[in-house]
Design a binder for this molecule. Structure first.
Ligand code: ZN
Length: 262
């Protein structure tokens, strides 16, 4: 079955994109590992170094010591977030947008790299939130990470909302925390309305995020999966490329441009 060459597979994806009107790109941690962001679940993943039980919503909200620990970690991670740049795979997705092919990106990532690569904010649906923002769990007021960093640098250990005194929390979805309702519904709607869904760097095992490509299939869309590892939907893919995304995506976009004569 997988007798096709890499070149042929890339050509097939380029054909699908050239013929598609509404492309939804679904991304997971794998697209950002080439930018130096560690995969959470892989063999060198963050969860081999950190205790996932510290990242439950209940523990964060209920325990001041846990919060102190996580803000210290954030202070360290914050610098990393800022220095990290989008890689060729993020750039390729932004190229799809410039070509007028991209309906939206649905991402499990919290790194904001799609926006940094040039995809407009309103076209990025962040299923698991975004670490660049901090939000009050009581009144919902948001603060940028830069602001939070100034507080941490000034010696703050635990952060309270200036407006209502509520607990401030990174605006990323923690374990045990509900998925954001608006984003989840919007992702479901857009997945059901696309004619091509390209999965990049996700093993499609985290639900309900991994449902999105299934909605696309149910609505008759074609599915492309580019991931350097097994995924939960390999048998459903129209084209399956087993590789890291940066180089492959760049070649695909080059081919699409040739086909469209742009
Ligand atoms: Zn508040």
């Amino acid at each position: 079955m997988s007798e096709k060459t890499r070149e042929e597979l890339i050509g097939e994806v380029a054909d699908l994109i050239a013929n598609a009107k509404r492309v939804v790109v679904f991304t997971g941690a794998g697209i950002s590992t080439e930018s130096g962001i560690p995969d959470f679940r892989g063999p060198d993943g963050l969860w081999t170094k950190l205790d996932p039980s510290d990242f439950t919503y209940q523990k964060f909200v209920g325990d001041k010591e846990t919060r102190k620990k996580i803000w210290q970690l954030n202070k360290y991670m914050g610098l990393t977030w800022k220095e990290i740049e989008p890689n060729p795979a993020h750039i390729a997705v932004a190229e799809l947008d410039k070509m007028g092919k991209l309906d939206c990106v649905i991402t499990q990532n919290v790194d904001g790299l799609h926006q940094k690569a040039g995809v407009p904010d309103e076209k990025v649906i962040q299923l698991h939130g975004n670490m660049q923002w901090v939000k009050c769990i009581e009144c919902g007021v948001r603060h940028s990470y830069d602001e939070v960093e100034r507080w941490l640098d000034a010696g703050a250990e635990d952060l309270e909302c200036v407006q209502c005194g509520g607990v401030l929390k990174p605006d990323a979805v923690f374990f045990g925390e509900a998925m954001p309702v608006h984003e989840t519904m919007e992702a479901e709607r857009r997945s059901s309305g696309c004619d091509l869904c390209i999965v990049v760097g996700s093993s499609l095992v985290v639900y309900p995020a991994a449902m999105m490509p299934q909605y696309a299939i149910q609505s008759g869309a074609k599915i492309v999966i580019i991931n350097d590892g097994e995924t939960g939907m390999d048998s459903s893919a129209d084209v399956r490329i087993w590789d890291r995304a940066g180089e492959v995506m760049t070649e695909i976009i080059k081919k699409v441009k040739q086909k469209l004569g742009t």
